[in-house]
Design a protein around this ligand. Sequence first.
Ligand SMILES: [Fe+2]
Length: 266
Amino acid sequence: MTFADVITYFQANRTRFADLAWDDPHQLSPAQKRTISASLQAFQCGEGTGGDHLQALADQLDDADYTAATRLFRQEEAGHAAVLGQFIDRQGIPRLQSHWLHTVFGGLGRLLGLGHSVRVMLMAKVVATMYYRALYTATFSGLLQQLCRRIVLDEEMHLVYYCLAIRQFSPRRNWLSAWLWKQVYRILMVGAALVVYLSCRRALRAGGYGLGRFCAALATEYARVEQMQRPDAPLVMRGGPTQAPASPTGPQGAWQWPGSSLRVAR
Ligand SMILES: [Fe+2]
């Protein structure tokens, strides 16, 4: 897996929102709106936060593939903000211009170099993926479920993209320094998990995630992405077809293709 593979994947993934059921007449009930509005507003306005800083750092590196992959990654994030924005517009939920959660994450990322910055963004991504999984089961909106499925599948590749960047661009450290930093990141992850749970607990609970289950699921997921940061570990994207299609529809060399068989974890 290289950034050239990531580019190929992103390019083939451009039409993923083409068949969304925008004609779905379902309107969220007042109770459902009360449950998800605040968190959905926050995640909609946060999609892509910090991407410009990441791009600026990428542009400083002499790696054309990483720079191009980062540009396409940001386009995918902008796509998430756009479709979620369209959804909340249709439901009469106002959009936010900014949210303190993203100001904190984005601000922290801006203070750091590429290696630390990518790790902070990765933590935000792990939490976001968990949120969209919860949101999938939080309402009866078929369109929102469709959006969550597609976004979760996109985020799978985004996790791989971040882990690949960490593998390639992190400075070499001795084992003690590497261990200490690992503990720092874990503490940050715990802090981020608690803050996000407190601010999004209504939607998370509606999606089946009490605090204990949410923390346990996050711990499992974070352990998985920690493993993927090891230089010799496989980079695994879940949710795609288990086998390559007989006649691939995308450019040759793509690592895996978005499939319709995504099973949203509960
Ligand atoms: Fe996203």
